[in-house]
Design a protein around this ligand. Sequence first.
Ligand code: HEM
Length: 434
Amino acid sequence: MITRLPPGPSLPALTQTWRYWRSPAEFVRRCHEEFGARFTVRLWPFGTVVVLADPDDVKSLVRSDPSVFQAGRANSFGEMVLGRESVFVIDDEEHSRTRALMMPAFHGKAVRDQVELMREITTANLASWPVGEPMEALPQMQAISLEIISRNVMGIDDSALKEQVQEAVLRLLRTGSVFDVLPGHDRFPSLHPGRLKRRRMRARADALLRRQISAHRADPRLAERTDVLAMLLRASEAEGGWMSDANICDQLITLLLAGHETTATGLAWCLERLVRHPEVLAEAQRAADTDDDAYLDAVIKEALRCRPVVPDVGRKLSRDADFAGYRLPKGTSVWPSIALLHSSAESFPDPGAFRPERFLERGAMADWVPFGIGNRRCLGATFAQVESRVVMRELLRHFEFEPTDAPGEDVKARHVTQVPAGFATVTVRRRDAA
Ligand code: HEM
C-alpha cells in the first residue's frame, strides 16, 4: 500500500517547531541522520513539510508539473515586502510571462557589459576599508552589492534619487520579520504596528521608483539604455504595455532585495573560509594576480557549496500528487534542502573540507544547487557569479588578508539567508603592488 508521507519525527508539531526555529540547520541535519534522505516534519506555520536530500528526488521535482508543485505559493511570505505581482511569489502563466520578460537583462552578454562598472564600484568602496584592525566584511559587501545592483537595475543618473531608493530598500528589508510567514499575515495590518510601518516603507520606495519610471519614459535615449528598468519598459511596450507601473515596482524591489543581500552574503562567506585556509588564500591571491578566473570561480563555488546562502527552497502542492512512491496531500510543502545536498559525501567527497579544486577536477556538478532548481532557478545566478568574481579579484589585488586559526563563524539565519554570525570578521593590509 502506498504510504501518504515519508517517515519523520513523531514529536508533537509544537516541539518540532520549537527545535526547528531554535536551529534550523541542526534540526534538519538530525532528521536526515535519523530518517534518511527523504523525511516529513511538521512545522508551524508551514504545516507538513517533506524535506528532500536525495539528488534523484530533486531531479524528479524539476520534472514535476510546476502548476502542482508551486514555488510562488510557497514563497507567499515575501508578498508584503516584494508585492503581490513579484516574480518570486507568482505562479503559472503569469510567472513564465514575467520571468521571460526579465530574463534578457540577466543573460551572459548583458552581464558581461556590467563588469567594468562592477570593478569601479568595488575599488571605490575599498578605499575606505580600515587596515590592520579587525573589520566586519559583510556590511562592506552589502554596500558594494547594493550599489552594483541599483545601478544595474535602475540605471539611475540622479545620485540623490539613487541614495534615497537605496535607503528606502534597506529600511524595507529591515522591517521583514519571521512572522511574515504566518497565514493571513497581511489581513489585519492595523493590529500590528510593524506591518503598518512596512506598508509605509513600501509606499515610500514605490513613490521613488515611480519617479524613476517617469524619468525613463521621458528619456529620449530610452531605446539605447541597458539597465533592467529600460529593458522592462521596452519589452512591456512591445507586448502592448501589459505591465502596469505597480507591477514594474514589484519587480524592481524584488531585484534590488534579492540581488544584493544574497551576493553580499556569499562574498562574506568566501572571505570567512579563505582566512581559515591559508593555502587556498595564497592560491586565490595568485589567481587574482594572474587573471586565473577559473580558480576564482572555483573558490566562489566552493564557498557557496559549503556555506549555502539560502539553505533550502520551497514548493507547495496545489492538489494531491504522487511523488517518489508517496501520495502527498494538497497543501504539503516540499523543500529540497540545499544544505543537505551540498554536504553529501557521495556527491562531494570529504564534504567538510574547503577544496575549490573539486570544481576544477570535475565539470558541471548537477548536485550543486545554491541558486535553486528548475523553472524557478535564480534569475540572477550569472550576474551573482560574475559580480562575485569581479569583487573577489579586486579585494585580493588590493589587500592581503591575515589568516586566522580562530574557529569558523557559526551560521546565523537572517531573513531568508544564512550569514556568518561574526559578519565575516577579517583583518586586511594594503598590498604595495595594488
Ligand atoms: C549568491 C547570490 C544568490 C543566491 C545564492 C541566490 C539564490 C536564489 C535561490 C535559492 C532562489 C530560489 C530558487 C528556487 O526556488 O528554486 C533565487 C530566486 C531568485 N533570485 Fe537569486 N540568488 C542570488 C543572487 C541573485 C541576484 C544577483 C539576483 C538579481 C539580480 C537574484 C534574483 C532572483 C530572483 C528574481 C529570483 C526568483 C526567480 C523565480 O521565482 O522565477 N538573485 N535566488
